[in-house]
Design a protein around this ligand. Structure first.
Ligand code: NI
Length: 168
């Protein structure tokens, strides 16, 4: 089922998510809905709080349109190691019509559970590394715009307020 994606400045996006303690049928359903919602948007990643569920579940697929899908479902993901630096443009399904460069680690090692409850490890680089960091941030209530400099963030907030006023 495709779920509604919450957008900035919805306060639900600022809340921290709880660890998943048992992988129940409803967690599997949540993960499947998240994947469906991500592909429908379309986007390359989605975290549960973006659909208003504060559980530590993320989905990622950076494979792109003309390639076979490579869906990653990660439950309770943790970055156990990271190195290097990258500064690439990011966007977010919860922050429509805005993109900005964000400083991130260039490679990360991520540990998480899959839907069967087995521990998985990913050695991610470049776009996949950025996607993991971006989605794990969502579980902490952090949006990519929170990483911007004070000046850039102020410009973004002004633009967002203006867009909200025009919508009214
Ligand atoms: Ni996002």
């Amino acid at each position: 089922m495709i779920r509604n994606i919450l957008t900035y400045p919805n306060p639900e996006l600022k809340k921290k998510s709880d660890p998943v303690t048992i992988i129940t049928e409803s967690i599997r359903e949540l993960a499947n809905d998240m994947a469906e919602t991500m592909y429908d948007a379309p986007g390359i990643g989605l975290a549960a709080p973006q659909i208003g569920v504060h559980q530590r579940v993320i989905v990622i697929d950076i494979s792109g349109k003309n390639e076979p899908p490579e869906l990653i479902i990660a439950i309770n993901p943790v970055i156990v190691q990271s190195e290097g630096e990258t500064y690439e443009e990011e966007g977010c399904l919860s922050v429509p019509d805005y993109a900005a460069n964000v400083r991130r680690r260039a490679s990360v090692i991520v540990r998480a559970l899959d839907l069967e409850g087995n521990e998985q490890t990913w050695h991610a680089e470049d776009l996949l590394a950025v996607a993991f960091q971006h989605e794990i941030d969502h579980l902490e209530g952090i949006l990519f715009v929170d990483h911007l400099s004070a000046l850039k963030r102020e410009l973004f907030q002004r633009k967002a307020r203006k867009a909200a006023e025009e919508k009214r």
